[in-house]
Design a binder for this molecule. Structure first.
Ligand code: HEM
Length: 444
């Protein structure tokens, strides 16, 4: 068994960081070609990150005991927005407790109620899109997914409260565009300095304004009593094991977590979908036929699975901090390094997916995605809590857009991946030509 770390580049950590930030996927490919299927990257001021890209090793990571690997510690960069009580930042017992409180949110009847809301918001927004010969869809999809998640969380109707939350939150989330927000573990003092000068000036002020609006919603809803179909209502009914309700701070942190985790990820995944569909007329035609026939949505599901395979928007999923030495694939990792199940490299391994760079939804009709070979939503006890909501939302948005518009590519070149917030999105924001269609024939 080997105890040192797998090989990796020896250039300065800053250059490795710039490489991954500026060419998030190509850089990973280059390192795999050079160092093999597991390699180590080092960024400035962080622990080493070991990239794991083989299914057996991914399984070992996802099934490791909770006290051995800590994904919560690996996600610290999100703390300034989501807060210390966020399920994403916690580990072991504290994580399980928050996860149990959140689980009912996206289950059964709750999901049915959210389906109506997502459909209503999507159809209204998509129908109102201005028809332009050439348009970058990503900003529209961001506005749409923000609207959906905001309405799903707070159950608010159009009005001052929704407008105030929408504008402040959009501003708060836009700070994530800057690599400086990825400074690991900023101390309160560092944050204060960053708030006064430079590119994330005003961050703390905006966060305070957002917090005030969120706490107002929590107070108002507590006074009025729950009972709605929205996520806040579900969480107000949730109880800890000792029977106590969630505190206002816990509610605030989990609501912010759902906003942050659920908005940009889905917007970027949808952006990749439309950027791709505009260049795949055969796939688009089959999807349009399926939508017109109104029978099942197997091909739409397979198309989404293929988009998430080709472009997992969190290619490094959540890094796991090693707390106690662990053996993975015959290699012993010491405490203090981060293990990363790398979705992008796993999804582009010709031993798992023949012709991995080809876009072919049919592959998922032939064989459904595997737990440890298809990981856009991560896995194990940390698997994305909103995965079924995200898939539902993507289906509704894609169906609505292709029923309303014809899609063509706007430029001649395929869009390169660029980092935005925590996700990887198409460089030109999914530039397409939209043309409003005549209504599709209604299924008998
Ligand atoms: C296409 C859209 C989405 C993608 C690709 C995605 C992906 C991910 C990934 C990779 C993780 C880390 C999993 C791991 O480390 O094993 C995660 C965690 C999480 N996601 Fe998502 N996500 C999406 C949408 C959503 C939505 C819509 C919500 C909620 C509204 C959501 C809520 C969460 C939460 C709460 C966690 C933390 C789970 C935990 O730590 O226990 N996500 N997501």
């Amino acid at each position: 068994m080997r105890a040192s770390l797998p090989p990796g580049p020896s250039i300065h950590p800053l250059i490795q960081g710039v490489g991954l930030w500026s060419r998030p996927l190509a850089y990973l490919e280059r390192l795999r070609a050079r160092y093999g299927k597991r390699f180590t990257i080092q960024f400035p001021f962080t622990v080493p990150f070991v990239m794991i890209t083989e299914p057996d090793q991914v399984r070992e990571i996802y099934t490791a005991p909770a006290d051995v690997l800590h994904p919560g510690e690996g996600a610290r960069v999100l703390e300034p927005i989501v807060g210390l009580k966020s399920v994403i930042l916690l580990d072991e017992g504290a994580h399980l407790e928050q996860r149990k409180l959140l689980l009912p949110t996206f289950h059964g009847e709750r999901m049915d109620a959210l389906t109506d809301l997502v459909t209503e918001v999507t159809e209204r927004e998509v129908a109102s899109w201005a028809e332009e010969p050439e348009v970058a869809l990503h900003p529209r999809l961001q506005a749409l997914t923000l609207e959906i998640i905001l309405r799903a969380i707070f159950g608010l109707e159009e009005g001052d409260a929704l407008t105030a939350l929408r504008t402040r939150l959009a501003r708060l989330l836009s700070y994530g565009d800057n690599p400086l927000t990825l400074v690991p573990d900023p101390s309160p003092r560092q944050l204060e300095i960053l708030d006064r000068f430079g590119p994330i000036k005003g961050f703390l002020t905006t966060r305070k304004e957002v917090d005030q609006l969120v706490f107002e919603q929590i107070d108002r809803r507590r006074r009025e009593g729950g009972g709605g179909a929205d996520i806040l209502s579900t969480l107000l009914e949730a109880r800890h094991e000792d029977g106590s309700e969630m505190s206002a701070q816990e509610l605030r942190d989990e609501l912010m977590t759902l906003l942050v985790a659920g908005h940009e990820t889905t917007a970027s995944s949808l952006a990749w979908t439309f950027a791709r569909l505009a260049r795949e007329p055969t796939v688009l035609a089959r999807l349009t036929d399926e939508a017109g026939a109104g029978e099942d949505d197997a091909y739409l599901t397979a198309t989404i699975q293929e988009v998430l395979r080709r472009r997992p928007v969190l290619p490094n999923t959540a890094p796991r901090m090693v707390k106690q030495p662990i053996e993975v694939g015959g290699w012993l990792y010491p405490a203090g390094v981060c293990l990363v199940a790398n979705a992008y490299l796993l999804h582009h391994d010709a031993d798992i997916y023949p012709d991995p760079y080809e876009f072919r939804p049919e592959r998922f009709l032939e064989r459904p995605p595997g737990t440890y070979t298809w990981i856009p939503f991560g896995g194990g006890r940390r698997r994305c809590l909103g995965a079924s909501f995200a898939l539902l939302e993507m289906k509704i948005v894609i169906a609505s857009v292709i029923k309303t518009y014809g899609l063509q590519p706007a430029g001649r070149v395929v869009e390169m991946p660029r980092r935005r917030n925590i996700t990887v999105r198409p460089e030109a924001g999914a530039a397409v030509r939209l043309e409003r269609r005549a209504a599709l024939p209604v299924a008998a």
